[in-house]
Design a binder for this molecule. Structure first.
Ligand SMILES: Nc1ncnc2c1ncn2[C@@H]1O[C@H](COP(=O)(O)OP(=O)(O)OP(=O)(O)O)[C@@H](O)[C@H]1O
Ligand SMILES: [Mg+2]
Length: 221
């Protein structure tokens, strides 16, 4: 299967993709990873540490569906870290054409919520996901969940923005998102995870919880 890790802009997407790869590996899955962001930070992470659970294939191409997807080990759980949807909708379109599941990283702050729901420039991510249906064999967009990250302990913001996303914004007329109950906390050890081994409990526990929730939702094989 293929899980697409998406975000409008810098949100913590690569951090979440990498730490989810480790967590899936801990859960016993064979993992594959693809870097479809031209900054290639996931590929660099895998190169710089000894414990990354798989090799990362450079895959920042709008021909992802045609040139990368067919050669994957489809019996593994493959993760693709997609770049900025605002700037590279062509790559995201191609990833969404073949992904089985999309996880959208969003931080519960006003600027990040607005970048996700109504960017000043670029196509809203909800529209990219919706239009992917036209290119997919199923005729339906992939199952999609928002993962709230950089959540401050004790803050009301995760609930506030989670509710706005679930309920179609203040007006109730915007796209409605499914929001995971797992929240990734705002922690220095997660902030500095990319490029380092996954040797700390704080880099593991929230992502083990994410794998458990995805399993309970029936999203993993
Ligand atoms: N849970 C977290 N707590 C605190 N800081 C975090 C957390 N996750 C990520 N960050 C920080 O957020 C910033 C963006 O993270 P990351 O590079 O993973 O995002 P990205 O969406 O891949 O960005 P880009 O679009 O540039 O590729 C980094 O400075 C990172 O250290
Ligand atoms: Mg990144």
């Amino acid at each position: 299967m293929l899980i697409a890790s998406l975000k409008p802009r810098t949100m913590g997407g690569t951090t979440n993709t990498g730490l989810l790869a480790y967590a899936l590996h801990r859960a016993g899955y064979t993992v594959g990873a693809y870097d479809a962001d031209e900054s290639l930070q996931l590929a660099a992470w895998a190169r710089d540490v000894d414990d990354f659970p798989c090799k990362v294939v450079e895959a920042d191409t709008p021909a992802f569906a045609e040139t990368i997807y067919p050669d994957m080990d489809h019996s593994a759980i493959n993760l693709v870290d997609a770049g900025h949807a605002e700037n590279h909708p062509d790559i995201v379109d191609s990833v969404l054409e073949v992904a089985d599941l999309a996880i959208v990283t969003c931080s519960p702050t006003k600027p990040d919520y607005e970048r996700l729901t109504r960017p000043e420039r670029g196509t809203p991510l909800a529209k990219l996901i919706k239009r992917s249906a036209a290119l997919r064999e199923s005729g339906e967009p992939p199952a999609t969940f928002v993962l709230l990250n950089r959540c401050q302990a004790g803050s009301n913001s995760p609930k506030k923005y989670g509710d706005l996303l679930r309920n179609g914004g203040e007006s109730g007329t915007e796209p409605r998102w499914s929001v995971l109950s797992t929240r990734i906390p705002r922690r220095e050890e997660i902030a500095s995870a990319a490029g380092f081994p996954c040797d700390k409990r704080t880099r593991k526990a929230p992502y083990d919880a994410l794998v458990s929730e995805l399993t309970e939702l029936g999203c993993l094989p």
